[in-house]
Design a protein around this ligand. Sequence first.
Ligand code: AP5
Ligand code: ZN
Length: 208
Amino acid sequence: PRILILGAPGAGKGTQSAKIADYFDIEHITTGDALRSNKEMDISHLGLEYDTPGEYMDQGELVPDAVVNAIVDEALSSADGFILDGYPRNLEQVEELEEMTDLDIVIALDVSEEELVHRLTGRRMDPETGDIYHVEYNPPEDPEVEDRLVQREDDTEETVRERLRVYDENTAAVLEYYDEDGRLERVDGEQPPDDVWEDVKETVEETS
Ligand code: AP5
Ligand code: ZN
């Protein structure tokens, strides 16, 4: 299936996408990860405010559409089934995506703002595998993994607040768009991860 997952920063898009990709044997396309691997890419030819994606990301701002659209276009062209995570984030990107592919399912993870801040400031990443952990909710069992965990540069409380503001200003409209055309399937993202996964899996199986 071709699945889109929506939700605020920290809603659990990455966590659930990893499970979806595994279970349905499809590709996980994530603009956040793609951009993090290309933080230093030279985009000065666009003549915009900053010369690299990283400068936007570390402040919690959106990376310019031209950069992100190209990444998604390329990734989608070689994917049969996919779970798309982190895109579209504004209505211009929605239009671009409509040109690139048809979606079978659009899932939105609902989580309260207070919980989002708590999840993001406690998130840790394994730099070797890309696996996502949380100091409280989902600590690694292996002490060796625990020792090498890092915090994402945009997970400081100040940047988290800015990312949530940018989400409200730009990305909330994306949810409304899919809701209005009747395609949005809402899942309660505030449950424990395995319960969210049960609901997500059921939604995909019933819709596709
Ligand atoms: P991106 O990487 O996409 O960040 P985000 O949207 O802010 O989302 P996160 O990755 O922070 O959260 P998530 O929903 O994946 O949650 P996770 O599963 O990790 O984008 C980063 C930046 O890149 C943007 O700010 C922007 O600059 C740029 N960018 C990306 N896409 C762009 C685009 N299309 N256009 C322009 N710019 C773009 O979980 C979070 C934490 O909670 C973890 O610790 C996890 O263990 C824990 N957790 C997860 N689920 C649960 C649960 N059910 N219960 C308890 N804890 C949980
Ligand atoms: Zn993510």
